[in-house]
Ligand binder design. Structure first.
Ligand SMILES: NC(=O)c1ccc[n+]([C@@H]2O[C@H](COP(=O)([O-])OP(=O)(O)OC[C@H]3O[C@@H](n4cnc5c(N)ncnc54)[C@H](O)[C@@H]3O)[C@@H](O)[C@H]2O)c1
Length: 437
Protein backbone atom coordinates (compact mmCIF):
# COMPACT_ATOMS: atom_id res chain seq x y z
CA UNK A 1 0.00 0.00 0.00
CA UNK A 2 1.30 3.39 -0.91
CA UNK A 3 0.97 5.64 2.13
CA UNK A 4 -0.38 8.37 -0.16
CA UNK A 5 -3.34 6.14 -1.24
CA UNK A 6 -4.45 5.85 2.38
CA UNK A 7 -3.93 9.51 3.24
CA UNK A 8 -5.51 10.62 -0.07
CA UNK A 9 -8.76 8.76 0.56
CA UNK A 10 -8.85 9.90 4.19
CA UNK A 11 -8.42 13.51 3.10
CA UNK A 12 -11.11 13.19 0.43
CA UNK A 13 -13.47 11.71 3.01
CA UNK A 14 -12.76 14.37 5.63
CA UNK A 15 -13.23 17.15 3.05
CA UNK A 16 -16.43 15.50 1.79
CA UNK A 17 -14.87 15.38 -1.64
CA UNK A 18 -14.94 11.59 -1.81
CA UNK A 19 -17.32 10.36 -4.54
CA UNK A 20 -19.70 7.85 -3.02
CA UNK A 21 -21.58 5.02 -4.68
CA UNK A 22 -24.49 3.15 -3.10
CA UNK A 23 -25.41 -0.16 -4.73
CA UNK A 24 -29.07 -1.08 -4.14
CA UNK A 25 -31.47 1.80 -3.56
CA UNK A 26 -34.05 0.08 -1.35
CA UNK A 27 -35.19 0.56 2.25
CA UNK A 28 -31.57 0.73 3.37
CA UNK A 29 -29.69 2.10 0.37
CA UNK A 30 -31.84 5.08 -0.57
CA UNK A 31 -32.04 6.63 2.94
CA UNK A 32 -28.28 6.16 3.31
CA UNK A 33 -27.58 7.63 -0.14
CA UNK A 34 -29.70 10.65 0.77
CA UNK A 35 -27.99 11.02 4.14
CA UNK A 36 -24.55 10.92 2.46
CA UNK A 37 -25.71 13.50 -0.11
CA UNK A 38 -27.03 15.74 2.67
CA UNK A 39 -23.67 15.42 4.45
CA UNK A 40 -22.15 16.98 1.33
CA UNK A 41 -20.90 13.97 -0.61
CA UNK A 42 -21.48 13.52 -4.32
CA UNK A 43 -23.52 10.31 -4.44
CA UNK A 44 -24.24 7.91 -7.30
CA UNK A 45 -26.84 5.24 -6.69
CA UNK A 46 -26.46 2.01 -8.65
CA UNK A 47 -29.78 0.25 -8.83
CA UNK A 48 -30.71 -2.56 -11.18
CA UNK A 49 -34.40 -1.61 -11.25
CA UNK A 50 -34.68 1.02 -14.02
CA UNK A 51 -38.02 2.29 -12.70
CA UNK A 52 -36.38 3.14 -9.36
CA UNK A 53 -33.45 4.79 -11.13
CA UNK A 54 -35.82 6.96 -13.17
CA UNK A 55 -37.77 7.93 -10.04
CA UNK A 56 -34.66 8.91 -8.11
CA UNK A 57 -33.41 11.01 -11.00
CA UNK A 58 -36.78 12.81 -11.09
CA UNK A 59 -36.60 13.33 -7.33
CA UNK A 60 -39.59 11.06 -6.77
CA UNK A 61 -39.64 9.05 -3.58
CA UNK A 62 -40.71 5.42 -3.11
CA UNK A 63 -39.45 4.68 0.43
CA UNK A 64 -41.77 5.46 3.38
CA UNK A 65 -39.16 7.03 5.66
CA UNK A 66 -37.89 9.58 3.14
CA UNK A 67 -39.42 13.02 2.69
CA UNK A 68 -39.84 13.63 -1.02
CA UNK A 69 -38.77 17.26 -0.70
CA UNK A 70 -35.43 16.15 0.77
CA UNK A 71 -34.85 13.73 -2.10
CA UNK A 72 -35.85 16.38 -4.62
CA UNK A 73 -33.52 18.95 -3.06
CA UNK A 74 -30.56 16.54 -3.16
CA UNK A 75 -31.25 15.60 -6.79
CA UNK A 76 -31.78 19.20 -7.89
CA UNK A 77 -28.59 20.28 -6.15
CA UNK A 78 -26.74 17.62 -8.15
CA UNK A 79 -25.69 15.77 -4.97
CA UNK A 80 -27.54 12.56 -5.80
CA UNK A 81 -28.17 10.70 -9.03
CA UNK A 82 -28.83 7.10 -9.97
CA UNK A 83 -27.88 4.72 -12.75
CA UNK A 84 -28.47 1.09 -13.66
CA UNK A 85 -24.97 0.15 -14.75
CA UNK A 86 -21.65 -0.14 -12.96
CA UNK A 87 -20.03 2.16 -15.54
CA UNK A 88 -17.71 4.67 -13.95
CA UNK A 89 -17.49 2.83 -10.61
CA UNK A 90 -13.71 3.13 -10.81
CA UNK A 91 -14.21 6.90 -10.38
CA UNK A 92 -15.81 6.38 -6.98
CA UNK A 93 -13.81 6.56 -3.76
CA UNK A 94 -16.33 4.72 -1.58
CA UNK A 95 -18.84 2.05 -2.58
CA UNK A 96 -21.53 1.00 -0.11
CA UNK A 97 -23.53 -2.16 -0.83
CA UNK A 98 -27.12 -2.55 0.39
CA UNK A 99 -28.61 -5.38 -1.64
CA UNK A 100 -31.03 -8.06 -0.39
CA UNK A 101 -29.91 -11.13 1.56
CA UNK A 102 -32.87 -13.52 1.34
CA UNK A 103 -33.09 -17.17 2.30
CA UNK A 104 -33.46 -20.09 -0.06
CA UNK A 105 -36.56 -22.28 0.17
CA UNK A 106 -34.60 -24.45 2.60
CA UNK A 107 -33.84 -21.54 4.92
CA UNK A 108 -30.17 -21.30 3.96
CA UNK A 109 -28.38 -18.04 2.99
CA UNK A 110 -28.92 -16.87 -0.57
CA UNK A 111 -25.91 -14.67 -1.37
CA UNK A 112 -26.66 -14.30 -5.08
CA UNK A 113 -27.11 -10.50 -4.81
CA UNK A 114 -23.93 -9.92 -2.80
CA UNK A 115 -21.93 -12.22 -5.07
CA UNK A 116 -23.37 -10.64 -8.24
CA UNK A 117 -22.55 -7.11 -7.08
CA UNK A 118 -19.07 -8.11 -5.87
CA UNK A 119 -18.29 -9.72 -9.22
CA UNK A 120 -19.39 -6.56 -11.00
CA UNK A 121 -17.28 -4.46 -8.63
CA UNK A 122 -14.20 -6.66 -9.15
CA UNK A 123 -14.03 -5.31 -12.69
CA UNK A 124 -13.86 -1.71 -11.44
CA UNK A 125 -12.05 -1.82 -8.10
CA UNK A 126 -9.00 0.41 -7.98
CA UNK A 127 -6.28 1.31 -5.48
CA UNK A 128 -7.45 3.48 -2.61
CA UNK A 129 -11.13 2.57 -2.96
CA UNK A 130 -13.26 1.62 0.07
CA UNK A 131 -15.93 -1.05 -0.39
CA UNK A 132 -18.33 -1.46 2.50
CA UNK A 133 -21.04 -4.10 2.79
CA UNK A 134 -24.15 -3.07 4.73
CA UNK A 135 -26.39 -6.02 3.90
CA UNK A 136 -27.16 -8.27 6.84
CA UNK A 137 -25.33 -11.56 6.55
CA UNK A 138 -23.46 -14.30 8.42
CA UNK A 139 -20.01 -13.68 9.95
CA UNK A 140 -17.42 -14.30 7.27
CA UNK A 141 -19.26 -13.05 4.18
CA UNK A 142 -17.10 -9.95 3.67
CA UNK A 143 -13.82 -11.74 4.25
CA UNK A 144 -14.50 -15.23 2.92
CA UNK A 145 -16.86 -14.49 0.03
CA UNK A 146 -16.33 -10.89 -1.10
CA UNK A 147 -12.57 -10.51 -0.56
CA UNK A 148 -11.50 -13.41 -2.87
CA UNK A 149 -13.86 -12.20 -5.61
CA UNK A 150 -12.52 -8.63 -5.41
CA UNK A 151 -8.94 -9.87 -5.33
CA UNK A 152 -9.48 -11.56 -8.71
CA UNK A 153 -8.81 -8.05 -9.98
CA UNK A 154 -5.18 -8.53 -9.02
CA UNK A 155 -5.49 -5.97 -6.21
CA UNK A 156 -5.23 -6.97 -2.55
CA UNK A 157 -7.52 -5.91 0.27
CA UNK A 158 -5.69 -3.80 2.87
CA UNK A 159 -2.72 -3.43 0.54
CA UNK A 160 -4.48 -1.83 -2.42
CA UNK A 161 -8.12 -1.28 -1.53
CA UNK A 162 -10.15 -1.24 1.69
CA UNK A 163 -12.95 -3.62 2.59
CA UNK A 164 -15.32 -3.31 5.52
CA UNK A 165 -18.64 -4.40 6.92
CA UNK A 166 -20.99 -1.92 8.54
CA UNK A 167 -24.41 -3.41 9.21
CA UNK A 168 -27.41 -1.22 8.61
CA UNK A 169 -29.78 -0.97 11.57
CA UNK A 170 -32.56 1.16 10.12
CA UNK A 171 -36.00 0.50 11.60
CA UNK A 172 -38.55 1.44 8.92
CA UNK A 173 -41.35 3.63 10.25
CA UNK A 174 -39.42 4.60 13.37
CA UNK A 175 -39.96 8.33 13.86
CA UNK A 176 -37.15 8.79 16.37
CA UNK A 177 -34.31 6.58 15.20
CA UNK A 178 -33.24 7.24 11.62
CA UNK A 179 -30.14 6.43 9.57
CA UNK A 180 -28.25 9.46 10.90
CA UNK A 181 -28.84 9.12 14.63
CA UNK A 182 -28.63 5.32 14.88
CA UNK A 183 -25.15 4.35 16.10
CA UNK A 184 -23.26 2.49 13.39
CA UNK A 185 -20.93 -0.44 13.98
CA UNK A 186 -17.94 -0.81 11.66
CA UNK A 187 -15.40 -3.61 11.20
CA UNK A 188 -12.69 -3.90 8.56
CA UNK A 189 -10.86 -6.87 7.07
CA UNK A 190 -7.77 -5.19 8.55
CA UNK A 191 -6.80 -2.03 10.46
CA UNK A 192 -6.51 0.20 7.38
CA UNK A 193 -9.92 -0.78 6.12
CA UNK A 194 -11.34 -0.05 9.56
CA UNK A 195 -9.65 3.35 9.69
CA UNK A 196 -11.05 4.40 6.30
CA UNK A 197 -14.53 3.01 6.95
CA UNK A 198 -14.68 4.63 10.38
CA UNK A 199 -13.62 7.96 8.89
CA UNK A 200 -16.26 7.67 6.17
CA UNK A 201 -19.23 6.74 8.36
CA UNK A 202 -18.14 9.30 10.95
CA UNK A 203 -18.91 12.06 8.42
CA UNK A 204 -22.49 10.88 7.97
CA UNK A 205 -23.64 9.06 11.10
CA UNK A 206 -23.68 10.72 14.53
CA UNK A 207 -21.87 7.92 16.35
CA UNK A 208 -19.68 5.15 14.95
CA UNK A 209 -18.49 2.18 17.02
CA UNK A 210 -15.48 0.27 15.69
CA UNK A 211 -15.06 -3.47 16.25
CA UNK A 212 -11.96 -5.55 15.60
CA UNK A 213 -13.03 -7.31 12.39
CA UNK A 214 -15.61 -7.43 9.61
CA UNK A 215 -16.71 -10.80 11.04
CA UNK A 216 -17.42 -9.26 14.45
CA UNK A 217 -19.47 -6.49 12.78
CA UNK A 218 -21.46 -9.11 10.86
CA UNK A 219 -22.16 -11.04 14.05
CA UNK A 220 -23.26 -7.87 15.89
CA UNK A 221 -26.12 -7.41 13.44
CA UNK A 222 -27.29 -11.03 13.29
CA UNK A 223 -27.10 -11.20 17.08
CA UNK A 224 -29.30 -8.09 17.37
CA UNK A 225 -31.96 -9.58 15.15
CA UNK A 226 -31.66 -12.97 16.84
CA UNK A 227 -32.20 -11.21 20.17
CA UNK A 228 -35.46 -9.79 18.83
CA UNK A 229 -36.58 -13.06 17.24
CA UNK A 230 -35.96 -15.00 20.46
CA UNK A 231 -37.71 -12.46 22.69
CA UNK A 232 -40.68 -12.20 20.35
CA UNK A 233 -40.88 -16.00 20.36
CA UNK A 234 -40.85 -15.95 24.15
CA UNK A 235 -43.84 -13.59 24.37
CA UNK A 236 -45.58 -15.50 21.58
CA UNK A 237 -45.17 -18.67 23.62
CA UNK A 238 -46.61 -16.79 26.63
CA UNK A 239 -49.59 -15.87 24.44
CA UNK A 240 -50.14 -19.54 23.57
CA UNK A 241 -49.94 -20.51 27.24
CA UNK A 242 -52.22 -17.66 28.36
CA UNK A 243 -54.78 -18.81 25.79
CA UNK A 244 -54.82 -22.25 27.45
CA UNK A 245 -54.91 -20.76 30.94
CA UNK A 246 -57.64 -18.28 30.13
CA UNK A 247 -55.37 -15.35 30.99
CA UNK A 248 -54.93 -12.09 29.08
CA UNK A 249 -51.30 -12.07 27.87
CA UNK A 250 -51.41 -8.33 27.22
CA UNK A 251 -52.41 -7.58 30.79
CA UNK A 252 -49.65 -9.86 32.09
CA UNK A 253 -46.98 -8.33 29.84
CA UNK A 254 -48.03 -4.72 30.48
CA UNK A 255 -47.80 -5.36 34.20
CA UNK A 256 -44.45 -7.17 33.82
CA UNK A 257 -43.01 -4.27 31.85
CA UNK A 258 -43.68 -1.83 34.68
CA UNK A 259 -40.57 -3.29 36.33
CA UNK A 260 -37.97 -0.58 35.84
CA UNK A 261 -35.01 -2.93 35.41
CA UNK A 262 -34.13 -6.41 34.18
CA UNK A 263 -36.87 -6.61 31.55
CA UNK A 264 -37.74 -4.90 28.28
CA UNK A 265 -40.94 -4.80 26.28
CA UNK A 266 -41.65 -7.25 23.47
CA UNK A 267 -45.16 -8.06 22.30
CA UNK A 268 -46.80 -11.10 20.77
CA UNK A 269 -48.54 -11.02 17.40
CA UNK A 270 -49.59 -13.10 14.40
CA UNK A 271 -45.95 -13.96 13.64
CA UNK A 272 -42.85 -12.06 12.60
CA UNK A 273 -42.36 -10.37 9.25
CA UNK A 274 -40.14 -8.06 7.27
CA UNK A 275 -36.83 -8.63 5.64
CA UNK A 276 -34.88 -9.08 8.88
CA UNK A 277 -36.24 -10.87 11.94
CA UNK A 278 -37.61 -13.97 10.17
CA UNK A 279 -34.51 -14.34 7.98
CA UNK A 280 -31.30 -13.13 9.59
CA UNK A 281 -31.05 -15.61 12.50
CA UNK A 282 -31.07 -18.44 9.95
CA UNK A 283 -27.92 -16.98 8.40
CA UNK A 284 -26.19 -17.48 11.73
CA UNK A 285 -27.77 -20.89 12.27
CA UNK A 286 -26.37 -22.03 8.92
CA UNK A 287 -22.88 -20.67 9.55
CA UNK A 288 -22.74 -22.16 13.05
CA UNK A 289 -23.04 -25.67 11.58
CA UNK A 290 -19.64 -25.19 9.93
CA UNK A 291 -18.29 -25.15 13.50
CA UNK A 292 -20.33 -28.23 14.50
CA UNK A 293 -22.47 -25.89 16.60
CA UNK A 294 -26.25 -25.88 16.85
CA UNK A 295 -28.00 -22.63 17.68
CA UNK A 296 -30.96 -24.06 19.60
CA UNK A 297 -32.54 -20.71 20.49
CA UNK A 298 -32.69 -19.69 16.83
CA UNK A 299 -34.31 -22.95 15.77
CA UNK A 300 -36.84 -22.80 18.59
CA UNK A 301 -37.68 -19.14 18.05
CA UNK A 302 -38.16 -19.73 14.33
CA UNK A 303 -40.44 -22.66 15.04
CA UNK A 304 -42.66 -20.74 17.49
CA UNK A 305 -42.83 -17.56 15.42
CA UNK A 306 -43.60 -19.42 12.19
CA UNK A 307 -46.48 -21.25 13.86
CA UNK A 308 -48.27 -18.07 15.02
CA UNK A 309 -50.35 -17.61 11.82
CA UNK A 310 -51.73 -21.13 12.43
CA UNK A 311 -52.68 -20.12 15.96
CA UNK A 312 -54.49 -17.06 14.58
CA UNK A 313 -56.40 -19.37 12.23
CA UNK A 314 -57.31 -21.68 15.11
CA UNK A 315 -58.53 -18.81 17.26
CA UNK A 316 -60.49 -17.32 14.35
CA UNK A 317 -62.24 -20.64 13.73
CA UNK A 318 -63.14 -20.91 17.41
CA UNK A 319 -64.86 -17.53 17.16
CA UNK A 320 -66.62 -18.43 13.91
CA UNK A 321 -67.75 -21.69 15.48
CA UNK A 322 -69.25 -19.79 18.43
CA UNK A 323 -71.23 -17.82 15.84
CA UNK A 324 -72.42 -21.05 14.19
CA UNK A 325 -70.35 -20.35 11.09
CA UNK A 326 -68.27 -22.85 9.16
CA UNK A 327 -65.02 -21.30 7.91
CA UNK A 328 -65.92 -22.20 4.32
CA UNK A 329 -69.09 -20.13 4.64
CA UNK A 330 -67.48 -17.16 6.35
CA UNK A 331 -66.27 -13.75 5.33
CA UNK A 332 -63.22 -12.46 7.14
CA UNK A 333 -61.64 -9.03 6.90
CA UNK A 334 -57.92 -8.81 7.58
CA UNK A 335 -57.14 -5.37 8.91
CA UNK A 336 -53.54 -4.67 7.90
CA UNK A 337 -51.30 -6.61 5.52
CA UNK A 338 -47.99 -4.86 6.24
CA UNK A 339 -45.64 -6.74 8.54
CA UNK A 340 -45.74 -3.91 11.06
CA UNK A 341 -47.65 -0.71 11.70
CA UNK A 342 -47.50 2.46 9.63
CA UNK A 343 -45.40 1.14 6.75
CA UNK A 344 -46.16 -0.42 3.37
CA UNK A 345 -43.65 -3.31 3.52
CA UNK A 346 -45.46 -6.66 3.20
CA UNK A 347 -42.39 -8.85 2.81
CA UNK A 348 -42.68 -12.01 4.96
CA UNK A 349 -45.75 -10.45 6.58
CA UNK A 350 -47.58 -12.94 8.81
CA UNK A 351 -50.87 -11.37 7.66
CA UNK A 352 -50.24 -12.87 4.21
CA UNK A 353 -49.74 -16.29 5.74
CA UNK A 354 -52.99 -15.91 7.69
CA UNK A 355 -54.75 -14.93 4.45
CA UNK A 356 -53.39 -17.98 2.61
CA UNK A 357 -54.32 -20.34 5.46
CA UNK A 358 -57.89 -19.00 5.57
CA UNK A 359 -58.29 -19.06 1.80
CA UNK A 360 -57.07 -22.68 1.71
CA UNK A 361 -60.05 -23.58 3.91
CA UNK A 362 -62.50 -21.75 1.69
CA UNK A 363 -62.86 -18.57 3.79
CA UNK A 364 -63.80 -15.50 1.74
CA UNK A 365 -60.92 -13.19 2.65
CA UNK A 366 -61.06 -9.41 2.28
CA UNK A 367 -58.55 -6.87 3.48
CA UNK A 368 -58.04 -3.23 4.26
CA UNK A 369 -54.61 -1.67 4.48
CA UNK A 370 -54.20 2.09 3.98
CA UNK A 371 -50.59 1.53 2.89
CA UNK A 372 -51.11 -1.39 0.49
CA UNK A 373 -53.86 -0.66 -2.06
CA UNK A 374 -53.22 -3.79 -4.09
CA UNK A 375 -51.93 -7.17 -2.88
CA UNK A 376 -51.10 -8.74 -6.26
CA UNK A 377 -47.39 -8.28 -5.78
CA UNK A 378 -47.65 -9.81 -2.34
CA UNK A 379 -49.16 -12.95 -3.88
CA UNK A 380 -52.82 -12.33 -2.98
CA UNK A 381 -55.38 -11.73 -5.66
CA UNK A 382 -57.05 -9.00 -3.63
CA UNK A 383 -57.36 -5.24 -3.34
CA UNK A 384 -57.71 -3.13 -0.24
CA UNK A 385 -61.36 -2.27 0.36
CA UNK A 386 -62.55 1.00 1.90
CA UNK A 387 -63.06 0.63 5.63
CA UNK A 388 -66.70 1.64 5.97
CA UNK A 389 -69.82 0.51 7.79
CA UNK A 390 -71.01 -1.62 4.86
CA UNK A 391 -67.75 -3.58 4.69
CA UNK A 392 -67.56 -4.14 8.45
CA UNK A 393 -71.19 -5.22 8.70
CA UNK A 394 -70.80 -7.64 5.79
CA UNK A 395 -67.96 -9.51 7.52
CA UNK A 396 -68.39 -12.34 10.01
CA UNK A 397 -65.08 -11.59 11.62
CA UNK A 398 -62.45 -8.86 11.53
CA UNK A 399 -58.90 -9.93 12.33
CA UNK A 400 -56.57 -7.05 13.22
CA UNK A 401 -53.28 -8.27 11.80
CA UNK A 402 -51.37 -4.95 11.72
CA UNK A 403 -51.99 -2.07 14.12
CA UNK A 404 -51.75 0.88 11.71
CA UNK A 405 -52.26 4.04 13.75
CA UNK A 406 -54.39 5.73 11.11
CA UNK A 407 -57.19 3.17 11.50
CA UNK A 408 -60.13 4.19 13.72
CA UNK A 409 -60.41 1.10 15.92
CA UNK A 410 -63.42 2.46 17.86
CA UNK A 411 -65.25 2.65 14.51
CA UNK A 412 -64.16 -0.90 13.65
CA UNK A 413 -65.32 -2.30 16.98
CA UNK A 414 -68.61 -0.41 16.75
CA UNK A 415 -69.57 -1.83 13.34
CA UNK A 416 -67.88 -5.25 13.25
CA UNK A 417 -69.71 -8.36 14.40
CA UNK A 418 -66.65 -9.89 16.01
CA UNK A 419 -63.03 -8.79 16.24
CA UNK A 420 -59.94 -10.93 16.78
CA UNK A 421 -57.23 -8.48 17.74
CA UNK A 422 -53.76 -9.99 17.35
CA UNK A 423 -51.99 -6.69 18.14
CA UNK A 424 -53.90 -5.22 21.06
CA UNK A 425 -54.81 -2.32 18.77
CA UNK A 426 -58.19 -2.03 20.52
CA UNK A 427 -56.46 -1.43 23.85
CA UNK A 428 -58.75 0.66 26.05
CA UNK A 429 -61.89 -0.03 24.01
CA UNK A 430 -64.08 -2.16 26.21
CA UNK A 431 -66.29 -4.45 24.12
CA UNK A 432 -67.51 -8.03 24.36
CA UNK A 433 -67.07 -8.26 20.59
CA UNK A 434 -63.28 -8.16 20.88
CA UNK A 435 -61.11 -11.17 21.58
CA UNK A 436 -57.39 -10.62 21.98
CA UNK A 437 -54.69 -12.98 20.69
N1 LIG B 1 -35.37 -3.15 5.40
C1 LIG B 1 -34.85 -3.09 6.60
O1 LIG B 1 -35.52 -2.71 7.55
C2 LIG B 1 -33.41 -3.45 6.86
C3 LIG B 1 -32.82 -3.00 8.04
C4 LIG B 1 -31.50 -3.31 8.28
C5 LIG B 1 -30.79 -4.10 7.37
N2 LIG B 1 -31.41 -4.55 6.24
C6 LIG B 1 -30.62 -5.34 5.32
O2 LIG B 1 -30.17 -4.51 4.27
C7 LIG B 1 -30.11 -5.22 3.04
C8 LIG B 1 -30.97 -4.54 2.00
O3 LIG B 1 -32.31 -4.58 2.45
P1 LIG B 1 -33.44 -3.63 1.88
O4 LIG B 1 -34.61 -3.79 2.79
O5 LIG B 1 -32.90 -2.28 1.63
O6 LIG B 1 -33.73 -4.36 0.48
P2 LIG B 1 -34.61 -3.76 -0.73
O7 LIG B 1 -35.12 -4.93 -1.46
O8 LIG B 1 -35.56 -2.73 -0.21
O9 LIG B 1 -33.54 -3.01 -1.61
C9 LIG B 1 -32.51 -3.66 -2.27
C10 LIG B 1 -32.33 -2.98 -3.61
O10 LIG B 1 -31.19 -3.56 -4.24
C11 LIG B 1 -31.46 -3.63 -5.63
N3 LIG B 1 -30.55 -4.62 -6.22
C12 LIG B 1 -30.58 -5.97 -6.13
N4 LIG B 1 -29.56 -6.50 -6.83
C13 LIG B 1 -28.87 -5.47 -7.36
C14 LIG B 1 -27.73 -5.39 -8.18
N5 LIG B 1 -27.09 -6.49 -8.59
N6 LIG B 1 -27.30 -4.18 -8.55
C15 LIG B 1 -27.95 -3.05 -8.14
N7 LIG B 1 -29.04 -3.08 -7.37
C16 LIG B 1 -29.50 -4.27 -6.97
C17 LIG B 1 -32.92 -4.03 -5.68
O11 LIG B 1 -33.49 -3.75 -6.94
C18 LIG B 1 -33.50 -3.16 -4.56
O12 LIG B 1 -33.93 -1.90 -5.02
C19 LIG B 1 -30.55 -6.65 3.37
O13 LIG B 1 -29.42 -7.40 3.67
C20 LIG B 1 -31.36 -6.47 4.63
O14 LIG B 1 -31.40 -7.63 5.43
C21 LIG B 1 -32.69 -4.21 5.96
Amino acid sequence: MKAEDLSRVLTLIRNHQARVGVVGLGYVGLPFALEAAQAGFQVTGIERNPARVAMVNRGENYIDDIREEDLQAAVQAGQLRAQVSFDGVEELDVVVIAVPTPLTRHLTPDLQYIVGVTEALSEHVRPGQLISLESTTYPGTTEEVMKPILEKSGLKAEEDFFLAHSPERVDPGNKRWKTKNTTKVVGGVGPRSLEVAQAFYGQIIEKVVPVSSAKAAELVKVFENTFRAVNIALVNEMALLCDRMGLDVWEVLDAAFTKPFGIMPFYPGPGVGGHCIPLDPHYLEWKAREYNFFTHFITLAGEINRKMPEFVREKAYRLLNQMGKAPSQSKVLLLGLAYKNDISDWRESPALEVAHLLQADGVEVHYHDPYIPDAQQAGLNLQSEPLNTALLEAMDLVIITTAHQTVDYAFVVKHARRVLDTRNATHGLKSDKVVLL
